[in-house]
Write a protein that binds this ligand. Structure first.
Ligand code: FAD
Length: 450
């Protein structure tokens, strides 16, 4: 007799299973690999296989948001970070792991846990009843993806991400850029100044187009090539290759905008739109691209106003199944329409191994609390967990929801001014203090790192 059905034994599903099992809850973990099925990216039958890099990125909990998340996960007895630490390889300040030993370690721990029943099976339909966690990741098998699409509505499930670069607002030079909506249009919540605009003259625009066409691009993987991504999210370099004026009639059109500093019209304009409720992150409208990160950052910094831009996320396009979580899920990661179903991992629109496992960890704890009739206290938004979860369940703009790594732009800004070079440490110090406060009642019950 199981209490919870977890679908998908990747980073998120494995972590959720562990958290539940350790809380005394019986889990059925369905993983299709090992039953004759495989995703296009996985190579083994091991749970929590790392499909690409062997790094969990920075382990610096004082200056880096993902390092901070590692630490919070350690404090909550994370299986993924625990096994990562155990199989760590030398990699400077990064947490890199021996991928085979890591996956074998996760698999062994869960196989041996008396509360976990691992079943090698592909699940094709969302269960109609019973507490369920869907953690099938960016490469969710098609039949289940269709069942999710039917439950959530077609527009709320994506098979490709189309990521436009995201810029920290405080790194934009507002002496060059200005705020204005095209034709000064006032939306329901706006004031006619909803966008940040960066002007380009003819020479700058032409140099930019040339840079786009010549810049080094990332290739699509063989299995990504057949997906029709071109419909709504064409990369800017593909648009540019159709003619030098295409972008000026597309995402870089200057019409309806007047430079507030000079009173003139620009030859072309790059627009940025607010990306999170906090107003700290702004995305470059229509700028999804497959330019390699280095080439991309160099080229984007030639845009007037972005010469010192710092990027919370670079642009990209990948095969990636994810739901429109801010629209579909409640704060407890439950599908509003079918609250017995929760989602966890990359399918919720977080991005990365660590973030996927972190969401799995929290969702596991939410379900455990529900089963035990306890109140789940949400981690404060000032912590890495809280910032990530708040983004997924409502902080992000549901109209253009795209996958996101944890980063300091998701944290509430400080009320008083903090010097830029002290800001990262200030974020982590505040997060640590608030995390300890939030965690205190849990530690009293022994729910922390053994
Ligand atoms: P997964 O780890 O993919 O786990 C999902 C599991 O569900 C899989 O084991 C799958 O077999 C199973 N499954 C799917 N459908 C079904 C079904 N119907 N029934 C039963 N089981 C099912 N992130 C990084 O941080 N670094 C990287 O280098 C990186 N590289 C990536 C490369 C590629 C090609 C892709 C696609 C993603 C990459 N990611 C990377 C992003 C992402 O963080 C990882 O994919 C991560 O593994 C997501 O964790 P998850 O638990 O959500 O999904």
């Amino acid at each position: 007799m199981t209490d919870v059905h977890i679908i998908g034994g990747g980073l998120a599903g494995s972590e959720a299973a562990w958290q539940l099992a350790e809380a005394g809850v019986k889990v059925r973990l369905s993983e299709m690999r090992g039953s004759g099925e495989m995703t296009p990216a996985h190579q083994t039958d091991g749970l929590a296989e790392l499909v690409c890099s062997n790094s969990f990125r920075s382990d610096d909990a004082e200056k880096n948001a993902v390092g901070l998340l590692h630490q919070e996960m350690r404090d909550l007895n994370s299986l993924i970070i625990g096994q990562g630490d155990k199989h760590r390889l030398p990699a400077g300040s990064a947490l890199a792991v021996d991928r085979d030993h890591f996956s074998e370690g996760v698999t062994k721990v869960l196989c041996e846990h008396p509360n976990v029943d691992i079943v090698r099976e592909r699940v094709d339909k969302l269960p109609e009843s019973g507490l369920t966690i869907v953690a099938t990741g960016p490469l969710t098998a098609m039949a289940l993806a269709e069942s999710i699409g039917a439950a959530t509505g077609e527009d709320s499930l994506a098979f490709f991400d189309a990521i436009a670069p995201i810029v920290y607002k405080d790194s934009i030079n507002m002496n060059i850029a200005w705020m204005q909506s095209r034709w000064d249009k006032i939306g329901p919540e706006g004031d006619g100044k909803d966008y940040i605009n960066c002007p380009m003259d003819k020479a700058r625009y032409e140099a930019f187009i040339q840079g786009l066409l010549e810049g080094e691009k990332t290739d699509f993987k063989e299995w990504e090539k057949n997906t029709p991504y071109f419909e709504g999210c064409m990369p800017i370099e593909v648009m540019a290759s159709r003619g030098s004026e295409t972008l000026r009639f597309g995402p870089m059109k200057p019409v309806g905008l007047t430079n507030a500093h000079t009173g003139e019209s620009a030859y072309a304009v790059v627009q940025l739109r607010q990306d999170n409720a906090l107003g700290t992150l702004w995305n470059m409208v229509g700028f999804q691209t497959k330019l390699k990160y280095g080439a991309q950052a160099d080229l984007l910094k030639t845009i007037p106003g972005l010469e010192n831009a710092e990027f919370a996320r670079m642009g990209g396009l990948h095969r990636n199944t994810f739901i429109n979580a801010p629209k579909l899920l409640d704060k407890q990661m439950r599908l509003k329409k079918a609250p017995h179903i929760r989602f966890a991992g990359q399918i919720t629109g977080c991005e990365g191994y660590v973030e996927s496992a972190a969401v799995g960890l929290m969702v596991g704890r939410m379900v455990a609390a529900e089963i035990k009739g306890e109140t789940f206290t949400y981690p404060p938004q000032t912590t890495a967990f809280g910032a990530l979860l708040s983004h997924i369940t409502g902080g992000a703009d549901a109209r253009d929801y795209q996958p996101m790594n944890v980063n300091f732009g998701l944290f509430p800004p400080f009320e008083q001014r903090v010097k830029k070079k002290e800001r990262k440490e200030a974020y982590t110090a505040r997060a640590r203090a608030d995390f300890v406060e939030w965690h205190r009642p849990l530690s009293a019950k022994g729910m922390q790192l053994a």
